[in-house]
Write a protein that binds this ligand. Structure first.
Ligand SMILES: Cc1cc2nc3c(=O)[nH]c(=O)nc-3n(C[C@H](O)[C@H](O)[C@H](O)COP(=O)(O)O)c2cc1C
Ligand code: SF4
Ligand code: SF4
Length: 260
């Protein structure tokens, strides 16, 4: 089976392509359907694939929490894979979850990655890709997914199908802790007068961080995972991060419909 999480649709699209190629059902592990009972009914599994975005050269914390839940519920699978979607590269994100993964599976974790349009826009110098690059990445992705699906079907490890990038160790072990300490703990979301109170931001947030106030404007609490689903999904572009995002683009995967 395939477990996925997707803030802006890239990982959902890759999960759906893999689901088709591998004939495996796919489940969003953040939407409440994957309960203890659900897990117990599916244990032991033959092949389990996680599809998630890479966040700061690491797995999203939501996935690490989900792995802890699987351990607690004694989930077991014969083969286990993670397929990251990334704007550029993944560093050693897969190494950082090996300890959480190993009790779940008979075989070691194999990691693959697919480059997709970038969604990180909060820091200076980071923006969505321009249209040409988006198109190039979206056109290249299905071939890459086919190669990954073939490797998974044959239970083969193909190192070229994982993009660690340059300075991978430094990114995951030095830059990531700095990113988590100084950037991920910040909360600078605010809403402008363009908000029409539609409630979409609240509906799509995977962590129930957003509440609506008396004017139906979003208010953020401190459980945000900075997945950026809200800022990219707001139809009015009314969500901003401090002063950093007024001139930044917004992106949603064109092939997936918003799920929640
Ligand atoms: C908080 C955050 C951190 C990110 N970190 C990385 C990164 O370390 N390397 C990278 O190549 N892309 C990074 N990205 C880009 C996403 O991984 C990429 O665009 C992904 O396909 C988004 O998937 P989704 O649409 O399923 O959420 C980051 C995006 C966000 C929101
Ligand atoms: S999605 Fe945008 S317009 Fe809708 S309530 Fe949220 S901030 Fe306001
Ligand atoms: S509030 Fe945080 S966790 Fe919720 S959608 Fe926005 S960025 Fe993601």
């Amino acid at each position: 089976m395939i477990f996925y999480f997707s803030a802006t649709g890239n990982s959902q699209w890759v999960a759906s392509l893999l689901s088709e190629r591998l004939q495996l059902p796919m489940y969003d592990f953040t939407d409440g359907q994957v309960t203890a009972e659900f897990i117990q009914e599916r244990t032991p599994a033959e092949c389990t694939v996680f599809v998630v975005p890479v966040h700061g050269w690491e797995v999203p914390r939501l996935m690490a929490n989900f792995l802890r839940f699987l351990q607690e519920k004694r989930f077991h699978t014969n083969y286990i894979y993670v397929v990251f979607t990334c704007g550029d590269d993944c560093g050693l994100a897969h190494k950082k979850i090996e300890k959480l993964i190993s009790p779940l599976s008979d075989h070691p974790l194999i990691a693959y990655s697919v480059q997709m349009p970038n969604t990180y826009i909060l820091l200076p110098g980071f923006d969505v890709d321009d249209e040409k690059i988006q198109e190039k990445k979206l056109n290249a992705a299905p071939k890459r997914v086919n190669q990954i699906a073939a490797a998974i079907q044959q239970h083969r490890y193909v190192p070229e199908l994982y993009e660690a990038g340059r300075f991978a160790w430094v990114k995951s072990n030095i830059l990531n802790p700095l990113f988590v300490k100084f950037i991920k703990k910040e909360m600078k979301f605010h809403v402008t007068d363009a908000c029409n109170g539609c409630g979409k931001c609240r509906q799509i947030c995977p962590t129930t961080t957003i509440q609506l106030d008396a004017h139906r404007h979003p208010v953020w609490n401190n459980t945000c995972e900075q997945c950026l689903a809200c800022i990219h999904s707001c139809p009015q572009q009314a969500i901003q991060w401090g002063n950093a995002t007024q001139r930044k683009g917004r992106y949603l995967n064109p092939f997936t419909h918003q799920k929640r």
